[in-house]
Design a protein around this ligand. Sequence first.
Ligand code: UFG
Length: 358
Amino acid sequence: MAVSHTLLVTGGAGFIGSHTLVELLAAGFDVVVFDNFQQGSREALRRVQALSGRSFPCVEGDVRDAAALDRLFARQAELGAPIDAVVHFAALKAVADSVARPLAYYDNNVQGTLALLAAMRRAGVSRLVFSSSATVYGEPQALPYDESHPIAPTNPYGHTKAMVERILRDLCMAEPDFSAVTLRYFNPIGAHPSGRIGEDPHGAPDNLFPYLTRVAIGQLPELRVFGTDYATADGTGVRDYIHVVDLAQGHVAALRHALSGPGFTAVNLGTGHGTSVLELLAAFAAATGVAVPWRPAPRRAGDIAAAWADPRLAERLLGWRASRDIAAMCADGWRWQTRHPDGYAASGAGSGNSAGKP
Ligand code: UFG
């Protein structure tokens, strides 16, 4: 990179944020992390610094706090390292929790993004990469989902992501120099191959992979497979699992795109391959030698049978495609879990103080 760019990374202490920091630093970007540590971990940031051999400022704060954001942008300008672009992860992300606490989700995810965008405009920053989700598509009209699939989320969390996408689209129309790349994640799993950073859900995990690894390590008795009568090859739900390092590298490509010119772009980050729950269990056993006990359970409310991405736009537009297979996702995720049976907590300090993860 000829010119060095300084990035504000909100929610950088979370699962996807921490892995993305490693890739952004490796690509030569300078970063400033902004995180309220309610879900993210300070220890994750220390390890990112150790892994990358680079230090960076970490500011504790909430994206809904306009004054804190103004101070951060102003301070970076004073230091001669003004923020060039923002990578915005900070959000609440648990679907069931969003059904129970919709106002918390609209407040954090929508109001938080509005506060961030307003602060960016005051500071003259007009480049953004936004963490969206494949959940914005809702019930599939056709598979794979491509980016022109109708937007029809089925839960408050999905609505918050769809609303922010709408806001960004409108902003890019109104302000012709604004650039926003919104990344629709499929199912990120696995961990950095070093085993030093990974997913650290507080309490019983909601998602399949961290639940499975907790059963594998003996902290939970068995996996419940939610639905064995779906119209899929083996009756269990099919998803597009993507290695979190591939996903992280997708952000680097998206950021380069955002820096290259204005406009709104929505892009899937997935592999294009669907894997069922039972196929994932088999792949995990093959990669790790651990057979995870499971039993059939009723379908989970709100789940769809199958979802996978059409990943071609990301390749065409960003020059990015996922390269790591399910075996690598399982082996890397298992390395993290076995080395850190209690997540970051056992490292002495550092986890946040409430449930969930970004
Ligand atoms: N599953 C089980 N047992 C479990 C957990 C999950 O059988 O204990 C099954 C689910 O029924 C589903 C599959 O495993 O078939 C994947 O479930 P996850 O909860 O891991 O992932 P989802 O696809 O339901 O949702 C995830 C994120 C959402 C995001 C969505 C994007 O949790 O935030 O992917 O597609 F919106």
